[in-house]
Write a new protein. Structure first.
Ligand SMILES: [Zn+2]
Length: 66
């Protein structure tokens, strides 16, 4: 995958959760409860999300599963 900012090749990899599931929560929420998108789940056997990394821009891009 090409970086949309600098057009260099991005490195494929994974973002692993540690103890708790990773969650994306919109900025207007002050706390991560009752909203957002759960990205990982050990119970569902997906303790990571796949993401591409651009070392030049320090950007991560991930296509989320439905
Ligand atoms: Zn880049």
């Amino acid at each position: 995958m090409k970086c949309p900012y600098c057009n260099k090749n991005m490195k494929p990899g994974k973002i692993w959760q540690d103890r708790y599931a990773l969650k994306w929560v919109p900025s207007e929420r002050r706390f991560p409860f009752g909203g957002g998108i759960r990205l990982t789940s050990i119970i569902e056997d997906r303790p990571f999300i796949e993401a591409y990394y651009c070392d030049n821009c320090k950007i991560l891009i991930s296509k989320l599963k439905e």
